[in-house]
Design a protein around this ligand. Sequence first.
Ligand code: PEP
Length: 248
Amino acid sequence: MRKILAAGNWKMNNTPSQTEAMITELRDKVAGAKNDVLICAPFVCLPAAVKAAEGSNIKIGAQNLHFEDKGAYTGEISAQMLKEIGAQYVIIGHSERREYFAETDDTVNAKVIQALKYGLIPVLCCGESLKQREDTVTFDFIRSQIKIAFRGLSKEDALKVVVAYEPIWAIGTGKVATSEQANEVCSDIRNCLAGIYDQETADGIRILYGGSVNKDCAAELFSMSDIDGGLVGGASLKCDDFSIICNA
Ligand code: PEP
């Protein structure tokens, strides 16, 4: 039985002091929430986030990591650093990183492997552009992202990964995919995973939808057969809205 995960992606928002205030407010609002709760904060906010979330049901994650253990990679952050600071999850391959920071399917695969090596749970993002949707190549494109991202992963490791299907045209645009549109892609991702592994493994992997999820559409999206929660950007910056999503 897959439990719904409400994952907030703060992106480049909130300072350490704002993080402390926000998690302190959120922890009361989501105490006893029906869904699992995750906040992915900027690197420098992670110590404040971990401290403020201590003893609560809020898990803390990062938004990126480097695929090497350590070395001459100025400005980068390693899996070991994240682990030591208390992060439990890490977003990998967000479309903004693919677009603005030249991440490729191969680096995404290397990062997923690296996260798992250090016991971090990858939140692996995939999703098509509007042009790809209009060209009716959505399913082929996402299957290719998934196959490369899971390359070399055992069944046991695959089961630890959380997939986030995020159509690029729905991220930050206020244009939410319909629950049917979102579910049909999440369902195809599950079929793709069943092809790589087996049905039992595919059925054990959580697949989230992301793209303008808000307090009004979350419950319907999360009720769909193959949607196991949401990766939430804008609405995760508003405590009241996000706490509704954590109970949706
Ligand atoms: C995201 O940050 O992954 C996201 C889906 O953002 P938003 O909810 O603002 O569209």
